[in-house]
Design a protein around this ligand. Structure first.
Ligand code: AMP
Length: 200
């Protein structure tokens, strides 16, 4: 099973990814997590990405596409994967199409979490508070100012992917404003239809 989770920052992609990982045993490939790891490790990619991420902008397509191309080759991704935070531009989506076609594999679905933009700032503030309360480091881009830039980037560069994937027939929309468990139920009922492929 190969799926993309689409939705603005704070829509619940990370939370739902964790649950999908647990239920279906496929890895979550989060470009945000991979880039944060590269920044922490001080790799050349990390050095290039650091300031862009801190300001809420998007890392160049070529950098991110390269990271994903390497990651999908790893053994744990052979049976499937969840892409979280990628693609984020139509260019990235086209690069992904080419990459998957070359490997002879295809996406099963693109799940979009539809959320009320006004609720997102509150969600991000809550995420930062809860992370701090657990004694974990808070993401530098989870501040209200940077969040606004991230949301603007989403609206300009990522939201057009909804139409892109609607055009391919892969898009499925879920109301992301529902309680977390209800969103999970709807995701699961959708993905159970693809389960056969996940174990084949
Ligand atoms: P995320 O954890 O998905 O919210 O991503 C955090 C930050 O990493 C974003 O604000 C971007 O700066 C960068 N990033 C993550 N994924 C991508 C991507 N697919 N394309 C460009 N930049 C990305």
């Amino acid at each position: 099973m190969r799926i993309i989770l689409l939705g603005p920052p704070g829509a619940g992609k990370g939370t739902q990814s964790e649950r999908i990982v647990e239920r279906y045993g496929i890895p979550q490939l989060s470009t945000g997590d991979m880039l944060r790891a590269a920044v922490a490790a001080g790799t050349p990619v990390g050095l290039e990405a650091k300031s862009i991420m801190e300001s809420g902008g998007l890392v160049p397509d070529a950098v991110v596409v390269g990271i994903v191309a390497d990651r999908v080759e790893e053994a744990d991704a052979k049976r499937g994967f969840i892409l979280d935070g990628f693609p984020r531009t139509v260019e990235q989506a086209k690069a992904l199409d080419t990459m998957l076609a070359e490997k002879g594999i295809a996406l099963d679905a693109v799940v979009e979490f539809v959320v009320d933009e006004n609720a997102l700032v509150g969600r991000i503030a809550k995420r930062a508070e809860e992370t701090a309360a657990r004694g974990q480091p808070v993401r530098k881009d989870d501040t209200p100012e940077v969040f606004k830039t991230r949301l603007d980037a989403y609206k300009k560069q990522t939201a057009p992917l909804s139409d892109y994937y609607a055009g391919t027939g892969l898009l499925r929309k879920i109301d992301g404003m529902q309680p977390i468990d209800q969103v999970t139920r709807e995701v699961v009922s959708l993905l159970d239809g693809f389960r056969e492929k996940a174990v084949s």
